[in-house]
Design a protein around this ligand. Structure first.
Ligand code: MGD
Ligand code: MGD
Ligand code: MO
Length: 736
């Protein structure tokens, strides 16, 4: 009910009262609706009826606003003036309507024709000595067809510089699953969620960030499944929910529990918890032959002995210290795991955005392998992906470290010579822009300036470019932090009708569980000057590659043609034009699910990494940056964080009350937060307010993207190259 109220307020604010409810009815529907751009949680397999959520609705109406940012707006406000506006105010101006170019003389954005905009890009690329002096960022919104064209353009131009938001998100999960199982993705689908005996939900704020998971949790609870939440904070999803499409429950305000056990490890303590559970299971196997699945281990895995020895060698004292949990608590979790025939372990950024993110995800797989929780119904690893198509982006070639086999097929089918050298990821791109080695930056969606770590450093890097190009729907910080020349190219949103020569087009997207389906917009475009993302990419590509044999314009006339090429290049996309039109689309083949492992040994591989030391040094805290309930990454809807009980405040830091007392802090006392980077450099935020919260000692938490100021550019994981956004070493002191 609270959610319903919040949604109607939101519809009102965006002045979308007429279209909003109509659009919401068309969202996530089989045959013809558009895919919710909110998150990557899969659609209900039973017929997609009203499986929608407050945050998805906010996100859709955010795109459907009636407000517009036209040429008059840019004529009235200089870039320097706009730079002083809040991020909320920028996006609140509404939808971008026509292409704009930065005019340095007047310090204003001025209109430019599409053709001239494309040629500006073409000329900038022509002036480069090397195609690797350009980088092409992707935010995980981009549909599959545009994604395919985008990477084709980059590779035809001669670079693998394809940084993406995944480099800050689930890079660790992809690399770990690849190493352990020979696939970069989870192996389970929603049916498995519906039949599992035990769910472990680690490091995700599901009620805010994957709200439709609540339905699955409530159903699991009704069924008698065990649901263990692992999170330093007890989040709303770890308590109770009203199932959004159970009308009777809604009418009666009847809530369902969504948790049977909550564990609050310290920040970074997950790996120790998982190892402790494995140790307990192995200890039990001395007397109980059924505690581990020996047959599975012998037939399908490699490296078990080394892992077992590692578990034995890790003492309980060490496990308690590193996890921040008592032995009893760890044993409780191990008991749940040991008693379940089928277990799913699910995780998100609380696990991946760490120095040892890869080792931790591999530890998740180790634990699952011990009891053969793979390749059968109701069992397996299940990462919760972020952006609605971030998984599809990888599938369709956004990868700065592409597999040679993929490049071979791309080259053969598309008649190009793809570059073989690895390209730059997000952090690598920022450093290269800073050095002057990357001179042209293209942002295909997203808000790079704010999403990336080390805000002032990233700003400098972007300002150092010859040309920055942002393909966007709304005005944001990345338009104001720009290169010597800058383009804003406004595109259609997912809710909008995409008319091309061949008729109204649909694009395909892939969810967290590898289901690919079509998304078709229904709304009149925000402006008649908007182009679709595939059309913009084709225009850029033609301008930069005038003699290209790739039929860019022909592809854009009918996206089926792009899909026909994708079917030849992409693994699992055979016959995709037919299969994507099935009522629920199709599922990309998951070899690991069939117990086929594309690893060096041809088996699932245990890892045996030593436990990292995550205990903060005396006087310091481990700070995790995260989202509030009322934001979508860099888009802030309001300063509230309803489920955590916060109203009208974002400049806060959540702390344990004993850590506050030790520092002489009372509730809402102003504090300075100072981070210390690996290289010893310091960064700070002032005027934050301390808020006591139920979390372990030594931990602190606050909101991204503002706290990116504290994340040093050099502080990325050596395992995944991901910025350490969940583990910033800080000191917090009272301001006088
Ligand atoms: N409404 C909405 N939905 C979204 C997004 C959004 O901004 N708004 N963003 C989308 C994107 S791109 C992504 S990647 C996902 C992100 O989804 P989440 O992963 O839920 O994102 P965060 O808000 O960063 O929350 C991280 C969670 O991890 C916990 N945590 C922090 N450190 C640790 C740790 O060391 N161990 C454990 N176990 N937990 C820890 C925090 O308490 C918090 O609950 O959501 C997607 N969905
Ligand atoms: N400190 C810290 N930093 C983080 C994180 C964290 O947990 N902590 N999380 C990281 C994660 S997981 C992610 S995914 C990144 C997110 O990084 P990004 O994906 O770069 O950022 P978003 O805020 O999702 O991008 C919002 C912008 O996308 C544009 N947009 C919206 N819809 C469309 C569309 O349909 N097409 C196009 N072309 N543009 C569109 C709008 O202009 C909007 O302003 O941030 C990362 N940064
Ligand atoms: Mo993400």
């Amino acid at each position: 009910m609270g959610r319903a109220k919040s949604v109607s307020r939101f519809l009102l604010k965006e002045r979308a009262l007429v279209d909003g409810p109509r659009a919401i009815k068309r969202m996530n529907h089989e045959n013809g609706g558009f895919d919710c751009p909110g998150c990557a949680w899969p659609d209900d397999t039973k017929g997609l009826h009203l499986d929608i959520c407050e945050n998805g609705i906010k996100h859709v109406t955010w795109e459907m606003t009636n407000k517009r940012v036209g040429r008059e707006f840019f004529a009235a406000h200089s870039v320097t003036e706009l730079a002083g506006w809040s991020d909320f105010a920028l996006e609140d101006q509404g939808r971008l309507t026509e292409p704009m170019v930065y005019d340095a003389e007047s310090d204003h954005y001025v209109p430019i024709s599409w053709q001239e905009a494309f040629e500006t890009f073409g000329r900038a690329l022509g002036a480069l000595d090397d195609p690797n002096q350009a980088a092409y960022y992707t935010s995980g919104r981009l549909g599959n067809e545009a994604t395919f064209l985008y990477q084709l353009m980059a590779r035809e131009l001669g670079t693998n510089n394809l940084p993406d938001c995944s480099n800050m998100c689930h890079e660790a999960s992809g690399r770990a699953l690849q190493a352990s199982l020979g696939t970069g993705k989870g192996t389970v689908d929603l049916k498995d969620w519906e039949t599992t005996d035990a769910l472990f939900i680690m490091g995700v704020n599901a009620a805010s960030n994957a709200p439709r998971m609540l339905t699955a949790l409530a159903e699991a609870y009704h069924r008698g499944a065990q649901i263990v939440h692992v999170n330093p904070l007890v989040e709303a999803a770890a308590t109770r929910t009203i199932v959004p499409h159970d009308f009777l429950d809604m009418a009666l305000y009847k809530t369902t529990r969504t948790s049977t056990l909550n564990l609050q490890p310290r920040i970074g303590g997950d790996m120790a918890l998982l190892r402790g559970m494995a140790k307990a299971v192995l200890e039990q196997s001395a007397t109980d032959p059924k505690a581990v699945d020996r047959e599975f281990i012998e037939r399908h895995t490699e490296g078990f002995e080394a892992y077992r020895d590692m578990c034995e060698a890790t003492t309980w004292e060490e496990l308690e210290r590193q996890s921040g949990l008592s032995r009893d608590a760890i044993l409780k979790a191990a008991r749940v795991y040991g008693e379940a025939d089928r277990t799913i372990i699910s995780w998100c950024l609380g696990v991946s955005q760490h120095e040892h993110g890869v080792d931790t995800v591999r530890e998740i797989v180790n634990l699952l392998l011990l009891r053969g929780n793979l390749g059968r119904e109701g069992a397996g690893p299940s990462p919760v992906r972020g952006h609605s198509n971030v998984q599809g982006n990888r599938t369709c070639g956004i990868d700065h470290r592409p597999e040679p086999e993929f490049l071979d097929r791309l080259g053969a089918v598309c008649g190009i010579e793809p570059p073989r050298a690895h390209g730059l990821d997000t952090v690598g791109t920022i450093e290269a822009m800073q050095r002057g080695d990357v001179k042209v930056f293209v942002g295909m969606g997203g808000n790079f300036a704010l999403a990336a770590p080390d805000t002032p450093y990233t700003y400098e890097a972007l300002r150092n470019c010859e040309l920055t190009v942002q393909v966007s729907t709304k005005l944001n910080r990345s338009h104001l932090v720009h290169g010597r020349r800058a383009l804003i190219l406004p595109c259609l949103g997912r809710t909008e009708k995409d008319h091309q020569r061949g008729g109204v087009q649909s694009t395909s997207v892939e969810d967290s569980m590898s289901m690919v389906h079509l998304s078709r917009g229904m709304k009149r475009p925000a402006s008649k000057h908007l182009l679709s993302e595939p059309a913009i990419i084709a225009g850029l590509a033609r301008a930069a590659l005038p003699r290209s044999d790739t039929p860019w314009e022909w592809y854009v006339e009918d996206y089926d043609r792009i899909r026909d090429t994708m079917a030849q290049v992409l693994d699992g996309f055979e016959d995709c034009n037919r299969r994507v039109r099935l009522p629920l689309g199709f599922r990309i083949r998951q070899p690991a699910r069939e117990l086929v492992f594309r690893t060096p040994s041809g088996r699932a591989e245990f890892s045996a990494a030593p436990l990292p030391d995550v205990v903060p040094e005396p006087g310091t805290l481990a700070l995790g940056t995260m989202r509030s309930h009322d934001q979508w990454n860099t888009t802030i809807y309001s300063d509230d964080d309803r489920y955590r009980g916060v109203k009208n405040l974002r400049t806060l830091v959540f702390m344990n009350k004993d850590d506050m007392r030790e520092r002489g802090l009372a509730e809402f006392d102003p504090v300075t937060i100072v981070s210390t980077a690996k290289d010893g450099s310091r960064r700070s935020l002032e005027g934050y307010l301390a808020v006591p919260y139920d979390m372990p000692r030594g931990c602190a938490a606050g909101y991204m993207p503002e706290m990116n100021v504290l994340c040093a550019i050099g502080d990325f994981s050596v395992q995944s190259d991901q910025p350490l956004m969940k583990h910033v070493k800080v000191t917090i002191t009272r301001e006088s």
